[in-house]
Write a protein that binds this ligand. Structure first.
Ligand code: FES
Length: 149
């Protein structure tokens, strides 16, 4: 049974290596920043046209992102995009983080197949929305009580 599983695991890895870069595989197999942040300063949950969702939580101190985590029910590429995007925004101020684009995420991952490029767009949009949420909560902190995260 274990031999069969090991064989299957090898097969999956070989298939992944044909499709994805080493960086994508690393982030997909060992995703960073996967814990939810309680009492987050910024939060967003976006579902893409493919039906996959990314949620992002931010901890912000004086306009600087000091913590960033994600969750997704998407594919390996989506996991890699959430992982790398949350790494990219750490220690950035919100203006820098707002500028992160689909292309920045694709570049950090060394690219994605055409059919998965939208995963990077979803991650970039969710980061932006979480920062927008932070900005809104600073102006209207009472809204935090109605946030579902
Ligand atoms: Fe849709 Fe990745 S976000 S397949």
């Amino acid at each position: 049974m274990t031999d069969k599983l090991n064989g299957l695991e090898k097969e999956v890895m070989q298939t992944m290596k044909k499709i994805y870069t080493e960086t994508v595989i690393d982030h997909a197999m060992n995703p960073r920043n996967t814990d939810k942040i309680n009492n987050a300063d910024g939060f967003a949950s976006i579902t893409g046209s493919c039906g996959d969702t990314i949620k992002i939580w931010l901890k912000v101190n004086d306009c600087k992102i000091v913590g960033s985590t994600f969750w997704t029910d998407g594919c390996s590429a989506t996991v890699a995009c959430g992982s790398v995007a949350t790494e990219m925004v750490k220690s950035q101020n919100i203006t820098q983080a707002l500028a992160i684009s689909q292309n920045d995420i694709l570049e950090a991952l060394g690219g994605l197949p055409e059919g998965n490029r939208h995963c990077a767009l979803l991650a970039a949009k969710t980061i932006k929305a979480a920062i927008q949420d932070y900005i809104t909560m600073r102006k209207e902190p009472w809204k935090k009580a109605y946030r579902k995260c």
